[in-house]
Design a protein around this ligand. Structure first.
Ligand code: ADP
Ligand code: ZN
Length: 722
């Protein structure tokens, strides 16, 4: 018997597999999808078994497999195929695609040693007739614990009496056994049932009709319309059919709040997200693999959950950019989800209050089935007011309009809460010298450093470079001034204006600890604070009954971002933030401060008018040839050597321009982040209609550069940002 193995090699783009002999004693055990250790040159490597066959060719000298790493396949047939699909759409190596599917503990050549955890349990020996045995009082108490339960953790009994438990074990009355324990514990919550309202029911029935066939649904439902409740009823339906559901959410909205909603309705749940430890992830993965759960809830990578019977995949907040992985393999979880639904012949549900231009246009075309929920479940739409900062009388350095300050004060005085949103962390954007215009920049990345007052440091938000802030300008000795604004600075200004307000800040700087996130949410929920001030981290998913005012301090930050999706992102953010107001029984209010009140992304936010926004935006996309009219592919040409980077990007550009005649080639140009980590970056953008027309050329370039010491080439299909 021989097998084909895929191993991790330095030249990662080789997709070649290698043939090994399977020793007789492993013939019964080896299965496709297992990891094996094999000799390779002078080293031993781990690899995946890709196929097994009986025909061995005697003419070649084959080496033996050294050992099986697993006693079961870590990649099933579907996932093995899915990896090949991923390779095709991302051009990442097959090995990196498989690695993306597995928790660290199960990746090939993993150096981490993560073990299963076991605990001791005891059960009553059924062959012993208890009525014939004399027990003392303590022993009787211990035995009585087994009245309605078969197995008890030993620790829970030894807390009564260690010696009595041991005596019972020694006498053979209690039997000891080891059981695996799963480290990640979901809090149990009280079960709550609910019924769908009429419009939710309609949506539910439409999906239910095709629960056993592949179909993509786009659920466009305003925030607070109860999309999650529809998802839960659909999942229940899937479970009734004996299948399993995958529920994907952006990492950022995978809060205890959303998990709690699921645990209060379902029992067998696995959760996968980045805040789990490696061993917890390993345990959750095995729980799923062993068929112990009905629902997998998770962020992007949960789309690879090792299931054999997927009945539905739901992608909540489908517009979220977090579904795209930004490093190799650069996959989009929505594409993977679609592929899996085709394989399992089941529905894919994409849900959002502000769908991507791509998804919505497919829904209008009829490729996706459009479903709508147009009203909030509690019937109360927040009142949204746009504040023109050009006209308003402003307090302290342009941050706050009088209207916003007055509204905050009156909200707090009623005992209600406020969420303030600012899409920028830190204290102030840039530190400049008013005299000579000197700006402190990162020496590695060539972008302005951001001032963090609490640590008195200037930090680079790309590479993490940090330096103490000096008082005087390096070039002319004048005093340095801070400009722009960040969460930290706004917090300071706000506490001067409203000293009685208790403010809590939530951004990457205040959420570095393991449970920092949860702690902030909990304390705000318990009303220890009046105002929650934060970055986009607070825009999504949070549900506080007493928040009746949401303020957007500067809607222009994301609007001015140099990217073709900046309007879409702004509309989405404003919509999400507005959704945090008035979720309970009280009316909600939203104040949006802007210098661009007439911009369509802001104007249509006032009435949450997605369709009007879409109609404006689609015209611009069409005129400029952006998605959904063209697909994009971004090439990055990166080198420590400026001249080489420049030379090769010109060469690649010319090569593409002379070969791709039906596509539009933009560039080469210097990247938005021109210098990062001491490397120079150029980019070329290809606008194309059909990936098959360009894939061959991309593969050729990839082959040419995969082992080049001077130039690194990154290829990104459907990048989320340019
Ligand atoms: P969305 O996900 O569309 O933003 P949610 O699912 O968070 O909306 O629903 C908003 C609020 O309405 C939540 O507090 C939710 O519990 C409540 N809700 C929605 N649908 C129902 C229902 N059918 N029964 C009871 N409560 C519901
Ligand atoms: Zn830097």
């Amino acid at each position: 018997m021989v097998c084909e193995c895929l191993v991790e090699l330095l030249h990662v783009f080789l997709e070649k597999t290698f043939t090994y002999l399977v020793p007789k004693e492993l013939e019964d055990k080896i299965k496709v999808g297992m990891r094996v250790e094999v000799p390779f040159g002078k080293r031993n490597l781990e690899g995946f078994v890709m196929s097994i066959s009986n025909d061995r060719r005697d003419d070649i000298d084959l080496k033996n497999i050294i050992r099986l790493v697993d006693d079961y396949p870590v990649l099933n047939k579907e996932l093995l195929e899915l990896g090949k699909y991923m390779r095709g759409v991302t051009l990442a190596s097959l090995m990196s695609c498989y690695s993306a599917m597995l928790p660290k503990a199960l990746k090939a050549k993993s150096s981490v040693n993560i073990n299963k955890k076991f605990d001791k349990y005891v059960r009553l020996n059924k062959d012993v007739n208890l009525s014939l045995i004399k027990l003392n009082a303590t022993q009787s108490i211990i035995i009585s614990k087994f009245q309605d339960i078969d197995v008890i953790r030993k620790k829970d009994l030894t807390s009564i009496s260690v010696s009595s438990v041991n005596t019972l074990i020694n006498k053979g009355i209690l039997l000891e056994e080891e059981r695996e324990v799963f480290r990640y514990k979901l809090e149990k919550s009280e079960k709550k049932n609910f019924n769908l309202n009429k419009s939710q029911e309609e949506v539910f029935l439409k999906v239910k009709e095709s629960i056993n066939s592949f179909n993509v649904f786009l659920l466009h439902g305003v925030t607070g319309s109860g999309k999650t409740n529809v998802y839960m009823k659909l999942i229940e339906e899937v479970i009734k059919n004996g299948k399993v559901a995958i529920f994907l959410v952006p990492e950022i909205s995978l809060t205890p709040q959303i998990i709690n909603r699921f645990t209060s309705y379902f029992d067998r749940i696995a959760v996968l997200h980045s805040r789990l430890s490696d061993s917890e992830k390993y345990d959750e993965w095995r729980k799923i693999n062993e068929g112990k759960v009905d629902i997998v809830i998770g962020a992007r990578s949960a789309v690879f959950a090792p299931l054999n019977n997927v009945g539905i995949i739901i992608v909540d907040e489908e517009h979220s950019q977090s579904y795209k992985q930004e490093n190799t393999p650069r996959y989009n979880a929505k594409d993977i989800a679609k592929q899996r639904c085709i394989y399992h012949n089941c529905p894919l549900v994409l849900g959002s209050a502000t769908p991507t231009m791509e998804s919505y246009s497919l829904a209008l075309k009829g490729t996706y089935t459009l479903l709508e929920l147009n009203n909030r479940y509690n019937g109360k739409d927040p009142v949204i007011q746009i504040i023109d900062m050009n006209k308003e009388f402003r307090k302290t350095n342009d941050y706050f309009s009088t209207t916003l300050i007055e509204e905050i004060k009156s909200t707090i005085s009623k005992g209600e809460q406020v969420i303030l949103f600012l899409n920028k962390r830190g204290y102030s954007s840039v530190v400049t010298c008013k005299n000579c215009g000197y700006v402190e920049k990162c020496p590695n990345c060539d972008i302005s450093l951001t001032y963090h007052k609490s640590s008195n440091m200037l930090r680079c938000h790309y590479c993490g470079y940090a330096v103490r802030k000096e008082k005087y300008c390096k070039s002319c000795d004048e005093e340095l001034k801070e400009y722009g604004l960040g969460t930290e600075k706004v917090e300071e200004a706000l506490s001067e204006l409203i000293p009685e307000a208790k403010i809590i800040r939530m951004d990457v700087d205040t959420t570095t600890g393991k449970n920092a996130h949860e702690k902030i949410i909990k304390s705000f929920h318990n009303k220890e604070y009046n105002i929650l001030l934060g970055t986009q981290m607070i825009a999504k998913g949070l549900d506080f009954n007493d928040v009746t005012l949401v303020g957007v301090i500067n809607a222009d930050i994301s609007l001015n971002f140099p990217d073709f999706r900046s309007s879409e992102v702004t509309f989405d953010l404003l919509n999400q933030v507005s959704g945090r107001s008035g979720r309970g029984s009280k009316e909600g209010k939203v104040l949006i401060q802007t210098f661009n009140p007439e911009h369509y992304a802001i104007k249509y936010s006032k009435d949450n008018d997605y369709k009007s926004f879409y109609n404006e935006e689609i015209k611009i996309r069409k005129k400029l040839g952006y998605p959904p009219f063209y697909y994009l592919c971004e090439l990055k040409i990166i080198s420590k050597d400026y001249d080489k980077a420049s030379l090769f990007s010109t060469k690649i550009g010319n090569y593409l321009k002379s070969n791709l005649l039906n596509e539009i080639i933009l560039g080469p140009s210097i990247s938005n982040i021109f210098k990062m980590n001491n490397e120079y970056r150029f980019q070329i953008i290809i606008k194309y209609k059909n990936i098959n027309d360009i894939r061959g050329y991309m593969l050729k370039l990839q082959e040419r550069f995969y082992n080049d010491k001077n130039i690194r080439l990154e290829i990104d299909f459907n990048p989320i940002r340019l």
